[in-house]
Design a protein. Structure first.
Length: 136
C-alpha cells in the first residue's frame, strides 16, 4: 500500500468516528500537527496516546464527518504523500462545519508517522472553534 493509499484509508476511517478503526493505521511514534489552529488550541499531538485522545474528542464533538473530493498524490519518496480534500461535518450543536484541507503525510512501515494538516482557520473561528472545545 502506498502512503497516498494509507492517507485515503485514514480519511475513510475517520468517517466512521470509531477510534478502534482509526488507531491501527497509526505508528506508535506518530505525530498529528495542525499549524493553523486558532490561538488557544493545541497544534501538535505526539504519540499514539495523544492522537487517540484528540481524535476520540473530535468524534464526540462531531455528529458526522465526511471527506469529499479527495485527491492523493504519491511523492517519489514512497513514505511521502500529499492529500487535498474537503470536509463536511456536523457539530454536536447541529451547526455545519465545512472546510478545505491540504495534508502532508509521512509513513513508516505502512503506518502513519506524521500527518500535517493545513486548513482555513477562519472557518474554525466562525464555527465557534470546535478544536478549542474538544481540548478542554
Amino acid at each position: 500500500m502506498t502512503t497516498a493509499d494509507l492517507a485515503q484509508r485514514f480519511l475513510d476511517a475517520l468517517t466512521t468516528r470509531d477510534i478502534e478503526q482509526v488507531m491501527p493505521l497509526w505508528h506508535d511514534d506518530g505525530v498529528m500537527e495542525f499549524p493553523y489552529v486558532p490561538e488557544g488550541s493545541p497544534s501538535t499531538f505526539e504519540g499514539a496516546d495523544a492522537i487517540r485522545t484528540t481524535l476520540a474528542s473530535a468524534f464526540v464533538q462531531r455528529k458526522t464527518m465526511e471527506f469529499l473530493d479527495v485527491r492523493a498524490y504519491q511523492a517519489a519518496d514512497p513514505d511521502l504523500a500529499f492529500v487535498e480534500f474537503n470536509g463536511k461535518m456536523t457539530l454536536q450543536s447541529g451547526a455545519p462545519y465545512n472546510n478545505t484541507y491540504i495534508a502532508k503525510v509521512v509513513a513508516r512501515g505502512g503506518k502513519l508517522l506524521h500527518f500535517k494538516e493545513f486548513f482555513n482557520p477562519l472557518v474554525d473561528l466562525a464555527a465557534g472553534n470546535p478544536r478549542e472545545a474538544e481540548n478542554r
